[in-house]
Design a protein around this ligand. Structure first.
Ligand SMILES: Cc1cc2nc3c(=O)[nH]c(=O)nc-3n(C[C@H](O)[C@H](O)[C@H](O)COP(=O)(O)O)c2cc1C
Length: 372
């Protein structure tokens, strides 16, 4: 029915059975301390069983606590979590999907302890992050490389570097948050340097294993990063050997702006950004953002706006989305509700594991009884 959506694609030697991926989605399911909990495992089993070709596991910290979003951020910074990560990768494989681990340093949005770190001391909401010294930057690059090696040892097929949402990688590229005037800031080329050094060291640490990049294509802030700079950055990433680019827009500073709140309710609200980046590069591009119906995503692929589809809340609200689309049962899909006020985000911001308000009552009851 949807020939593009259900065709295979090869990414640096890995065969993906279709164009569907799970986009990374932090839901607060890891145990306190960032461990692989029973809840996290059950969640990823369901996501992998859905029929997507690739599951990109939510952001895992490369440096705890300085780089962790919260105390429930999955930890990839310590061998203490290696067995858990092995179990997680194996569970995803058992359910028939490839497994990718997203690696992150939360930078100025790290809230697990200590003063948040950033390229420059630029006020973020009501706090001031500390500007990183060169030695600290080099240390963090090393942390990314070590975490990637750990992901490989755990059995993941790929890693993805989180260059979105205003976290550390993105904040170096942005002219809004990077006001340095040294090797890591100043003009656009020097602002790209941190990201490219992370890519180089990660690749060196894991040999031929594919490395993807979540790219912030537009910060949606007047003084922020826009396509004019993210396009050339995408070309630099391609030259550096990135296996795919997963495109997103916005940071915590823009997500709550009234215009962006409205935009984010639309089907395919980041597809224009994916298409703009895809026009620049030959590596596969993943689009995400309320890609909610088979016809819409098939058209996006057919028109060359993206090579792969990233489903985050779309898949979480209905893990049978891929099967229902494939079998022509789309009227049965339980859609993520743009009118719910981003209940999942609100729950995780409060430090609670998120449960989707759209889940059927029996599932909601069962998960509450088991995990809350
Ligand atoms: C609660 C929540 C957590 C998220 N966690 C991550 C994450 O860990 N890493 C990431 O790159 N994107 C993250 N995202 C962004 C999603 O990957 C995705 O781009 C976005 O939700 C749009 O896709 P969707 O409409 O299918 O949810 C998150 C989004 C939400 C709402």
């Amino acid at each position: 029915m949807y020939p593009h959506l259900f065709s295979e694609i090869n990414i640096q030697g890995l065969n993906l059975k279709n164009r569907l991926t799970m986009a990374p989605l932090y839901l607060g399911y890891a145990g306190e301390g960032g461990t692989v909990s029973p809840m996290l495992l059950e969640h990823y089993r369901l996501m992998a069983r859905s029929g997507v070709a690739l599951v990109v596991v939510e952001n895992a910290t490369v440096d705890h606590p300085a780089g962790s979003g919260s105390n429930r951020t999955l930890r990839a910074d310590t061998d203490d979590n290696l067995e858990g990560l092995k179990t997680l990768a194996a569970a995803i494989h058992q359910e028939g999907a490839l497994a990718c681990l997203q690696l992150n340093h939360a930078g100025r949005f790290a809230h697990a302890g200590g003063q948040p770190l950033a390229p420059s001391a630029v006020q973020t909401f009501n706090y001031m992050p500390k500007a990183l010294e060169i030695k600290e930057i080099e240390g963090i690059i090393g942390c990314f490389a070590k975490a990637a090696a750990r992901a490989k040892a755990a059995g993941f097929d790929m890693v993805e570097l989180h260059g979105g949402t205003g976290y550390l990688l993105a904040s170096f590229v942005s002219p809004h948050t990077n006001r340095r005037n040294d090797a890591y800031g100043g003009d656009a080329t020097r602002r790209q340097r941190f990201g490219l050094e992370v890519v180089a060291q990660v690749k060196a640490a894991i040999g031929g294993m594919p490395v993807g990049y979540r790219l912030l294509a537009d910060e949606w802030l007047p003084e922020g990063l826009h396509l004019e700079e993210s396009r050339p950055f995408a070309r630099s990433l391609e030259k550096a050997g990135i296996a795919y680019i997963s495109v997103m827009g916005g940071t915590y500073e823009s997500f709550s702006l009234p215009l962006i709140v409205e935009r984010s309710k639309q089907e395919g609200y980041m597809l224009d950004l994916a298409a703009a980046i895809r026009a620049e590069v030959k590596v596969p591009v993943i689009a995400a953002g309320r890609l909610a119906t088979g016809a819409f995503v098939e058209k996006a692929l057919a028109e060359g706006k993206a090579d792969l589809i990233g489903l985050a809340r779309v898949l979480w609200s209905d893990p049978q989305w891929p099967q229902k689309v494939r079998d022509g049962r789309e009227e049965e899909i339980v859609h993520c509700d743009p009118g719910c006020g981003d209940a999942c985000t609100q729950m995780v911001m409060k430090g609670r594991p998120a449960l989707c308000v759209r889940w059927p009552a029996e599932k909601m009851k069962a998960w509450k009884e088991k995990y809350r």
